[in-house]
Design a protein around this ligand. Structure first.
Ligand SMILES: [Zn+2]
Length: 271
């Protein structure tokens, strides 16, 4: 599933080819994504300039004319740029053709993704309005994390994965940042100390920064590529390493389930 680093890498990969261009055509081959692609989308964007490509959480936001085209990759979505588009593949559902002939192609075999037109910046749209801060926002600091977790009985890992608290910390990054911060995933969120909140904020940013940096080396894969863009395999400390010795202390990593998701931790390094 594309996480924040993959979406941010996609944004950086496509933006130079897209920003400042106009939409020549929009071809929708299959409207049946998570929600139907609006029937009048073509008429509403044709001829308009793409002023910017932003990201909020795992949503790509194309600022087109005065409005925003929201794109979400669901479980299996991906986006590619072609100077000369090859023959359409079965799972290629949307082509956004620009005034210089460049094609932005959306592929999504499982069709859990989304393509919606939001009015204005889309900030008040139900998908966006309740989202918490971005992990790199200045507002996401130790003081914020500490206050926002007071009164929360849920485990800290569950809290971190709650988009209303902070966006973009998916399962892998929650596991890894908790390890690096020395915090057990099961710790009740309200018992996170101010000092550990500080460490956790720093490690969330570190782990995401490293994944985005890793994505940087794959940026050219988004242009004229016929392969699938890869996922960025960090050298994980705990994720997917149940039963394997901890890289730091050698204690076997434990694997448990929390809210149907796999959690991994080192019983010695994390408390
Ligand atoms: Zn350890």
């Amino acid at each position: 599933m594309p996480e924040l680093p993959e979406v941010e890498t996609t944004r950086r990969g496509i933006a130079p080819h897209v920003v400042g261009r106009h939409v020549a055509e929009l071809h929708v081959y299959d409207r049946r994504l998570r929600w139907p692609v609006p029937a009048n989308l073509q008429q509403k964007v044709r001829g308009l300039a793409i002023n910017a490509v932003d990201r909020r959480s795992k949503y790509l936001l194309f600022r087109i004319g005065a409005n925003t085209l929201l794109m979400h990759f669901g479980m299996t979505g991906s986006l590619r740029v072609y100077r000369a588009a090859p023959k359409r593949h079965l799972h290629d559902h949307v082509d956004l053709v620009l005034d210089d002939g460049t094609t932005l192609r959306y592929r999504d075999p499982r069709r859990f993704g989304a393509l919606l037109l939001l009015s204005g910046s889309g900030a008040t749209h139900p998908l966006l309005r309740a989202l918490g801060p971005e992990p790199f926002d200045l507002g996401f600091d130790a003081r914020y994390l500490w206050s926002a977790t007071r009164g929360r009985r849920a485990a800290i890992k569950i809290a971190l994965m709650d988009n209303r608290l902070v966006v973009g910390v998916g399962n892998i990054y929650a596991n890894e940042s908790l390890f690096r911060a020395g915090v057990r995933p099961s710790l009740p969120a309200r018992r996170l100390s101010r000092t550990r909140a500080e460490r956790l904020v720093a490690e969330i940013r570190n782990v995401l920064t490293e994944a985005i940096a890793k994505g940087g080396s794959t940026l050219r894969d988004y242009v004229d590529s016929r392969g699938e863009p890869g996922y960025f395999q960090l050298d994980y400390f705990v994720y997917g390493r149940g039963g394997i010795p901890c890289r730091v202390c050698g204690t076997p990593i434990r694997a448990v389930r929390q809210a149907q998701r796999a959690s991994y931790y080192c019983p010695s390094c994390q408390s």
